[in-house]
Design a protein around this ligand. Sequence first.
Ligand code: HQG
Length: 183
Amino acid sequence: MNDKEKKHISKFLSLVLRHQPEIINLILDENGWALVDELIEKSKSEKVYFDKLQLDEIVFTNDKQRFAFNDDKSKIRASQGHSVQVDLLYKNTEPPSILFHGTTHEFMESIKQNGLLKMARQHIHLSVEKDTATKVGSRKGKPIILSVNALEMYNKGYEFYLSENKVWLTNFVPVEFINFNNE
Ligand code: HQG
């Protein structure tokens, strides 16, 4: 597989493991796991072909470590980013004092009014590194980086989770915890 093929399959895996398993009739269990054999077999219906060895390579070389296997590698899931209702059993975890969120101008008026909302996904995505937030924001236009007083929120009872691939997640960020100075 060359990089282009790997990226194509990785995007397809994000689609079926996070958002639309039904397009290949894939079953995700309540914790987001799909059976590897079933995934390989059912992906063929969308003309996406890979075997176990290739899946291994895609998972382990993925730039953001988006996917993870269970212990015996019979199951696979996305480590975060879902819009389908699954419970990855994240634990409430104390975050660093500041976390960043990358967004774009288009959303600013609404964010200033309503805070950060999870929109179509199950969580809001935050990062320790400003650079990561810049990349996330750039996907949608000229990036705007917001900083969030995460530890203060946590100390006031808001929950934070750290995904296996080190993305910080939360459910809602009220306006009072967002620093708009970076705008
Ligand atoms: C915005 C990628 C209006 C929010 C990335 C964001 C990330 C609001 C968009 C991951 C809002 C949702 C997630 C409000 C938030 N009004 N817009 N009140 N509150 N928004 O794609 O964070 O490569 O669901 O700012 O790297 O952009 O796929 O979230 O712009 O980690 O692995 O609503 O997706 O990871 O967009 O990206 P998204 P995101 P992968």
